[in-house]
Write a protein that binds this ligand. Structure first.
Ligand code: 1HN
Length: 314
């Protein structure tokens, strides 16, 4: 005769490391619930602190002199649940040593000049507003010969690799081989003057231009995609909702973004995190045209068939 209670059955199942699904608290929810929260990192104070840190630790010692912009809602190196952002600085005469890793990286240049990233032996010069790519497993280092600091935003897919547990890297040991300047039509560098001109030829108060591989028209990587936006004075963007998460960096102008219930004010150099599925819209509240840079995990999601858009308010 069976006299077991459910509690007794579950206690005995637990001895075999088996547990009921019906009491689990992490069951699939009815809509996405990212851990990341809408958040903004102001550039001015972080720039001051990064420059101060640059006086106190060399790029060589730090290997990468980066402030990680960590989302308060997440754990680990996450700026959104799937994307990482950091602010990196190098000074005159410094070189951040070469390495390669499985995560993909982009650099969006915020300020400075006279520095380059070398990617597999090709020099990619950095100017403010440029986008520079270091694809997965390409050797890269950063070097600055001219005076003054160079500061950029690093964008990587490291949270994905932390989840998959296949993030790894290799340091470059021999002396660096001879460098050559990359061809002007390289798809590893997208100069700002070119992107700005494209944004200005687009019609309407709000324009979005994606960064695409120059020959194939594909997104800049299989995980991360990037775009630039122009939002004219007084302009407001449509409200959008999708399974991709975004990180924005403000190139120029002032405004505010409404992300679900959070309102974030922004100005030049600021970085914003927009978690997946949060309905969001941007507004130019300043007296000049705003230009924004953004990257997202949309290619990753599209490659897996997981990119979806919602209909806000529906
Ligand atoms: C990295 O390799 C760089 O190469 C920058 O400049 C930021 C953040 C996390 C992991 C690796 C770089 C990084 C990084």
């Amino acid at each position: 005769m069976l006299t077991d209670s459910i509690e007794e059955v579950l206690r005995r199942a637990a001895e075999y490391a088996a547990f009921p699904l019906w009491t689990a608290t992490d069951r699939t929810p009815p809509s996405p619930i990212p851990r990341a929260i809408p958040f903004a990192w102001p550039y001015a104070p972080l720039r001051e602190l990064l420059l101060r840190a640059s006086d106190l630790i060399t790029a060589e010692e730090a290997r990468r002199r980066v402030f990680r912009l960590l989302n308060p809602g997440t754990q680990g190196s996450c700026t959104t649940d799937t994307l990482f952002a950091g602010l990196q600085c190098i000074l005159e005469g410094e070189r951040a040593p070469a390495h390669r890793h499985t995560p993909f990286a982009l650099r969006f240049i915020i300020e400075g000049n006279g520095a380059f990233t070398s990617v597999d032996g090709e020099r990619l010069w950095m100017e403010p507003g440029d986008l520079i790519l270091t694809p997965s497993w390409t050797y890269h280092d950063h070097q600055k010969d001219g005076p003054g600091p160079m500061i950029w935003l690093d964008g990587l897919d490291v949270p994905l690799f932390a989840f998959l547990r296949i993030g790894f890297q290799e340091n470059w040991s021999p002396a660096r081989s001879t460098l050559v300047d990359a061809q002007p039509d390289t798809s590893l560098r997208f100069p700002w003057p070119e992107m700005r001109a494209r944004l200005l030829t687009e019609p309407g108060p709000y324009a979005v231009v994606p960064y695409l591989h120059r020959l194939t028209g594909a997104p800049i990587s299989r995980t991360i995609g990037a775009r630039a936006e122009r939002l004219d004075r007084g302009g407001v963007t449509p409200r959008r909702q999708h399974t991709a998460s975004h990180i924005y960096n403000v190139i120029a102008g002032h405004g505010r973004s409404t992300i679900a219930d959070t309102v974030l004010e922004w100005g030049p150099g600021d970085t914003l995190a927009i978690p997946a599925w949060h309905v969001h819209a941007h507004e130019n509240t300043g007296d000049e045209t705003a230009f924004l840079f953004a990257y997202s995990d949309r290619p990753l999601l599209e490659n897996l068939g997981l990119y979806r858009e919602g209909v806000p308010g529906a």
